[in-house]
Design a protein around this ligand. Sequence first.
Ligand code: ZN
Length: 85
Amino acid sequence: MNHSQTQLTFRKTADCPTSATLLAYRSEKLSQKVVALVRKHLADCEFCNAELPLLAYHTPARRSPGAPEIPMNLRILAESILSRT
Ligand SMILES: [Zn+2]
């Protein structure tokens, strides 16, 4: 049986460090040993490579003060009522 493996499995595996570890890696809070492990993992893990820049936006302390979003269907309804006048 020809069992061909795809090299690019774009998902987290059991070997993947957690988001918390990646965050700590970004902020250089890890020991050199762990940093080396994460770096080694990043060398051949597409998912973690993709996740790392995303974590840059993930700052738990900061919350966006933006206005509550209006659901799209409600907005369309409101606009259709307003344009009827
Ligand atoms: Zn990974």
